[in-house]
Write a protein that binds this ligand. Sequence first.
Ligand SMILES: CC(C)(COP(=O)(O)OP(=O)(O)OC[C@H]1O[C@@H](n2cnc3c(N)ncnc32)[C@H](O)[C@@H]1OP(=O)(O)O)[C@@H](O)C(=O)NCCC(=O)NCCS
Length: 145
Amino acid sequence: MSAPSPDLRLAVSPEDLAAAMSVRIEVFVGEQGVPEDLERDASDASADHFVAYLGGVAVGAARLLADHDGAILGRLAVLKAARGTGLGAALVRAVEARAAERALTSVRLHSQIQAEPFYRALGYTPYGEIELEAGIEHIWMSKIL
Ligand SMILES: CC(C)(COP(=O)(O)OP(=O)(O)OC[C@H]1O[C@@H](n2cnc3c(N)ncnc32)[C@H](O)[C@@H]1OP(=O)(O)O)[C@@H](O)C(=O)NCCC(=O)NCCS
């Protein structure tokens, strides 16, 4: 039997928004030890949120923020059991498509150092200095759409 194909969507309903948050909490708080009050922040209220389901279970999430410089991709997370199947890359592409729809011409993100090769492969270029965020080394990366 072939694997179920992912259902990746803009999270608008309370159910989808809660599902996206549950993935973020499991990955960033549970797995990476980020304090929950840092993981949820004021930007969540104005962000576009994305959730990916596999076989009806929420396994991926991401969010898009916008400012005068373009789009900011953040909180990209895929549950451990679902990694390595292209879901992370699909979420990045969904955020990019939404940014283009909103007439935003670039996407930037604060990448954890361990994820830099992942974003590089998707066309992102690092800039600036390595900084600590929530105790984890990060670097800014950007891409012109
Ligand atoms: C980073 C993350 C979202 C990637 O999700 P994923 O679903 O495993 O990614 P994909 O399957 O779409 O991977 C796409 C490609 O990137 C590669 N890749 C994935 N994670 C990588 C990493 N950390 N470093 C280097 N390459 C990576 C994959 O091997 C794959 O390569 P391929 O196209 O040659 O097969 C996921 O590992 C995750 O949630 N990590 C913990 C949270 C995190 O680090 N989030 C990013 C914060 S900035």
